[in-house]
Design a binder for this molecule. Structure first.
Ligand SMILES: Cc1ncc(COP(=O)(O)O)c(C=O)c1O
Length: 478
């Protein structure tokens, strides 16, 4: 079994002792597991540039002390009798994060790490967490073909920081067609998802100490991203027309909104409010970040014009993502950026992570150009529309007094207000006993006074499981 061995010529211990100690430590802490074959002495001697006897002497000592045993047919193996003791992590407290970074909490902390560790999603029977998509719908065969072809064209160099011109062209055509956002390909910047687009915009438009506004309740990862830049984030309430523009405090330089489908309440921002927000941005010289994260999955016929389309003078940065359309694992999204900002956005992107992954970029280009995206969306829309209907129906039938389902016209989640539901830790514990994953509404209130409720994600829930999953949810709420 391979293991890196290091020899220090200035060490007062002999080469043989150094080798012996490194191998012994690897055996006792389990890095070399019982039964593992040690690399033959000749290869080790060659790799390290030492005489073979230096290595055979080390192996002989390990054998004499019972760490290693020879086997018939040759070779040295870690002895079966060894009980490895995993090594304590050393110097755990040597480095500390900044207070600002340490204050950031994972949005999914309660439902994942605190109760289950990282592998939670694999353990549940029903997954009602928001932000999931249906793995059964993922067009695996087609995507694999596009990826394989992209690998053959793989360039041996860093790509354009804004993404390939072919993908930007495909995206610009597609968003014009499907979302009414007219743009030229030059203004499209391919990102690693919507979150990364927000991060880039923050780097370009905000300095530490600046103030940015988000919706309250809202999408916590964006608040976290902004805070990592030393930005002061304020919450602005949302009413039945969307963000309350009058409540945006003075001095705000960037406001982040989800006008097509407010996260998590589901409100569609009214046209009057859209125009008011744009007037505000013009007056303040501020930017509006329009996150249109899930409008492909509209369950009612009439969409409202995106803010980007109503914007006459370049205050809106429009952000989209493939996290809902295809999968959050694809990590691709995009921003449509006003021309004046483009050189800086590209230079900053170059500085931070060079460019989008070229293979995925090329795969997505053919996926769109060859009509697979349109086909996939037609199918996914049908499935999610039926599932949305089933979830709304099941939630309407809940027998819990005062539980209200909020109106929902788009996307892969429905929000329920549930006054009197248990605290989040208990809710998640109850859910886990029933093999259910759920997302509480409370963490989406980031500026105090959270309303109890549940954001019912149905992306990863099989439609036939909806009634039983929602009945199980009901059990957890009472
Ligand atoms: C409001 C909102 N924006 C964006 C996203 C997706 O972000 P990303 O593209 O970084 O995966 C989500 C995912 O659930 C979301 O709820």
């Amino acid at each position: 079994m391979l293991m890196e061995l290091f020899l220090n010529p200035h060490d007062e211990r002999s080469m043989t002792v150094q080798l012996y100690e490194q191998l012994r430590n690897a055996i006792t802490d389990g890095r070399l597991p019982t039964g593992a074959r040690l690399v033959p002495t000749r290869s080790v001697a060659q790799d390290l540039g030492v005489s073979r006897s230096t290595v055979t002497d080390a192996y002989a000592r390990l054998t004499a002390e019972g760490y290693v045993e020879g086997r018939r047919g040759g070779g040295s193996f870690v002895a079966g009798s060894i009980q490895p003791q995993p090594r304590e992590e050393d110097a755990e407290a040597a480095l500390v994060p900044t207070p600002a970074a340490a204050a950031i909490r994972r949005y999914d902390e309660v439902r994942t790490t605190r109760l289950y560790g990282e592998d939670l999603p694999t353990r549940a029977r029903f997954d009602l967490t928001p932000g999931r998509t249906d793995p059964q719908l993922f067009p695996t065969t087609t995507w694999r073909r596009c990826m394989a072809r992209a690998l053959w064209q793989f360039p041996g160099q860093y790509a354009d920081p804004a993404g390939s011109s072919a993908l930007r062209l495909a995206l610009s055509r597609w968003i014009t067609q499907s979302r009414g956002v007219t743009t030229s390909p030059e203004k499209v910047v391919v990102t690693n998802g919507a979150g990364h687009a927000v991060d880039l915009v923050a780097r370009v438009l905000l300095a530490p100490g600046d103030v940015a506004a988000v919706e309250e309740p809202g999408y916590p990862p964006v608040t976290n991203t902004l805070r990592t830049h030393g930005v002061t984030v304020v919450g602005v309430p949302v009413d039945e027309q969307g963000i309350v523009v009058d409540a945006i405090p003075p001095g705000v330089k960037v406001v982040y909104v989800t006008p097509s489908h407010q996260y998590p309440l589901g409100v569609v921002m009214s046209r009057a409010r859209r125009l008011e927000l744009l007037r505000w941005a013009r007056r303040q010289g501020a930017a509006v970040l329009e996150d249109d994260y899930d409008s492909e999955f509209r369950h009612t016929p009439r969409p409202l014009e995106p803010l980007h389309r109503l914007d006459r003078d370049g205050h809106v940065i429009y952000v989209g993502t493939f996290s809902k359309i295809l999968s959050p694992g694809i990590r691709l999204g995009f921003a449509v950026v006003p021309r004046a900002l483009l050189p800086t956005v590209k230079a900053v992107r170059r500085a931070v992570d060079w460019c989008p992954p070229a293979v995925t970029d090329a795969a997505l280009t053919s996926f769109i150009d060859e009509g697979h995206l349109a086909r996939h969306l037609r199918r996914a829309r049908r499935v999610y529309r039926d599932r949305h209907r089933a979830v709304c129906r099941a939630l309407t039938l809940l027998q819990i007094p005062r539980v209200t389902r909020l109106a929902s016209q788009a996307g892969l989640h429905v929000t329920v207000l549930a006054p009197g539901m248990p605290p989040d830790d208990e809710l998640v514990a109850r859910a886990s006993q029933r093999q259910l994953l759920i997302g509480s509404l409370r963490p989406t209130y980031q500026f105090g006074d959270p309303r109890p409720g549940v954001v019912v994600g149905f992306g990863a829930l099989a439609t036939e499981d909806v009634p039983i999953a929602i009945a199980t949810l009901e059990d957890c709420l009472v």
